[in-house]
Design a protein. Structure first.
Length: 600
């Protein structure tokens, strides 16, 4: 499953015209012979020996072809002036052999899939090969699964471009052998702090499909709001922000279907036992604690939450677990992925001072600690989660293992999602034997740098910038700015998260995901915060950030991501601008160093 990550990244560009089409993520191996542009027929037909019951291939090609035809794409950012292609003459007398070959237009996409029934689950083979030869009227795609074939379609979408005169061309001949480095490649959307509409979630899935990201981690709720319809407890949605800001069962299933059609898994997260107030308190106020406390108490030593609003599940109260089981099982029935994220981050000890069940439990045995309390949760909740099905795989945030308040014994078959202390914590987790999803806040948190969101913060009431020895509270403040500054695409792309790991440790890295916490994000800004920075992560975990000689290819990624931003916008994904347009049109004039190999 993971052998493909050791393929070398090797790109052969023989002709200038081949350089113009620069897909993102860069394929693992792409070679051109430079025979010149080849025309496409007015309609290119999919030919496949078989398809899935839900027509994954047919629908995937239909979307790709409609996009190709409607966009008439011309790359905006190139490494050399884009040529003005002349129309081919209708009289073939006296044409050169090369020109005659060019007249045999592409009429078919021939797709051969080895295992048509392979499900979209963790570790499914997503590799593919794609070939266009100068003497063929077909694009030939071979893939072990339909999911690899979908990736081939998205690559082909970027390779086929407008000839400037109403037609379509592709540079020939081209051969691609491609496969991802990592099986888990994702982003995290948070619909608990601010509501994100279904249409905007679809928009993120479109961007993910184009960049070959394959996991949408959906952080569905938080202590502030509960937007999910739960039939077992219909009162939970009383803690939605409004009747218009609710995900029905149909909404959630539609997201799963929309994502699946594009080769994307949807992994839900219900954060427990921390970050738990909204929804749960409507069912049984006894199952949550400290919800009526003042979150900071104006004194950090007495705080009950890291941000407003407070609330945590009462770990000792027996009634907690029946409600958790029913909600978890109902959502598991809606989301078919084998993986489910059950949170377990940021337990705040002071919150439990408001629980009579916990305080009595501590009083029974003065030697008990908050670590014992965390272990009580693991011992009682994890069996509920794992017993849903024999194929259930759990994800938890790393806190349950590494924070001050951590459990003593967390099963090694639970995947840990890393977010603190970068390489240090990645090394600790993998050394302990956990599989790890990398989401290091110092490199991958897309909400960083927006300023603190909590109000009447006196630290901003400063009339001058502090000197170098004083924390700069223009970047500080609670909430959204604790992880400032803003993480640029270069910061994300240059993150070598396996640095100093042994080979055995590196095998525990299953991939990476870029979270976007939504305290300061809603429908208006969600896409511009994700894109195109998430595309930098997409290439990092698909084909890496180094060339075949081991050198960083950040400089060469520049034009690729600048162009891809334009491509995202053309496809309806509202990605933010990265540079003045001048930099797109004049390659590398905006580089910091004239030496193009400066990033090694």
């Amino acid at each position: 499953m993971l052998l493909s990550r050791f393929w070398p990244v090797f790109v052969t560009l023989v002709t200038v015209s081949a350089v113009k089409v620069n897909p993102l993520p860069a394929p693992r191996n792409i070679s051109w012979t430079g025979s010149g542009p080849k025309n496409l027929a007015g309609f290119v037909t999919l030919r496949a020996t078989q398809d899935t019951n839900d027509s994954i291939l047919a629908n995937g090609w239909d979307r790709a072809w409609k996009t190709i035809v409607s966009l008439q794409w011309v790359p905006a950012a190139t490494e050399a002036p884009f040529p003005s292609f002349q129309p081919f003459p209708t009289d073939t007398a006296g044409l050169s052999k090369r020109a005659k070959r060019a007249l045999s237009s592409i009429q078919y996409v021939d797709v051969a899939v080895s295992d048509i029934d392979a499900d979209l689950q963790h570790g499914v083979d997503e590799s593919y090969t794609l070939e266009v030869t100068d003497d063929s009227c077909s694009v030939v795609i071979q893939a072990p699964t339909v999911w690899g074939a979908l990736h081939a379609f998205t690559t082909l979408q970027q390779l086929i471009i407008s000839d400037g005169q109403g037609g379509l061309i592709i540079e020939q001949s081209v051969k691609i052998q491609d496969a991802p480095l990592y099986p888990y490649r994702g982003i995290m959307v948070d619909t608990g702090r601010n509501f994100i509409s279904i249409n905007k979630i679809y928009e993120q899935l479109d961007g993910m499909s184009l960049s070959k990201l394959n996991v949408l981690h959906w952080h569905m709720d938080d202590s502030q709001s509960w937007p999910m319809q739960i039939d077992a407890y219909p009162e939970m949605i009383l803690d939605a922000y409004s009747s218009r800001e609710i995900f029905s069962h149909t909404d959630m299933r539609n997201v799963v279907a929309y994502a699946r059609a594009r080769g994307i898994r949807v992994i839900p997260e219900v954060d427990m036992p921390g970050h738990s107030a909204a929804g749960w308190k409507q069912v049984d106020p006894e199952m949550v604690t400290c919800v009526d406390s003042w979150w900071s108490n104006d004194d950090w030593a007495l705080h009950t939450a890291v941000e407003p609003v407070p609330g945590q599940m009462d770990i000792i109260y027996n009634g907690t677990y029946d409600v958790v089981r029913n909600v978890y099982n109902e959502l598991s029935d809606i989301f078919p992925d084998h993986w489910f994220h059950v949170g377990a981050d940021e337990l705040q000890p002071n919150c439990y001072n408001f629980s009579r069940y916990v305080t009595e439990w501590f009083a029974e045995d003065p030697s008990r600690t908050y670590n014992d309390l965390a272990q009580y949760w693991v011992d009682h909740a994890v069996p509920i989660f794992q017993n849903y099905s024999s194929s259930r795989q759990l994800i938890m945030w790393e806190d349950i293992v590494l924070s001050t308040e951590h459990a003593h014994d967390v099963p090694k078959n639970i995947v840990m999602q890393n977010w603190n202390n970068g390489l240090e914590y990645i090394s600790k987790l993998t050394e302990l034997g956990y599989d790890v999803i990398v989401s290091s806040s110092d490199f991958m948190y897309l909400d960083c740098g927006l300023g603190g969101f909590v109000t009447n913060d006196p630290r901003y009431d400063v009339m001058s910038n502090p000197d170098a020895s004083t924390p700069n509270f223009n970047y500080g403040g609670n909430g959204g700015s604790w992880c400032a500054p803003y993480k640029t695409w270069q910061r994300i792309y240059d993150y070598d998260f396996t640095t100093n790991l042994t080979d055995a440790q590196a095998k525990h890295i299953v991939g990476a995901a870029a979270p976007l916490w939504s305290e300061q994000v809603d429908d208006v800004t969600v896409s511009s915060h994700f894109w195109p920075r998430a595309a930098a992560l997409a290439e990092l975990v698909w084909s890496g950030n180094r060339d075949e000689e081991g050198n960083k290819r950040t400089t060469w990624m520049t034009q690729r991501i600048l162009n891809f931003r334009e491509y995202l916008v053309a496809n309806g994904v509202q990605a933010t601008a990265l540079v003045p347009k001048y930099c797109l049109q004049h390659p590398h004039t905006c580089d910091l160093y004239r030496n193009q190999s400066v990033v090694q």
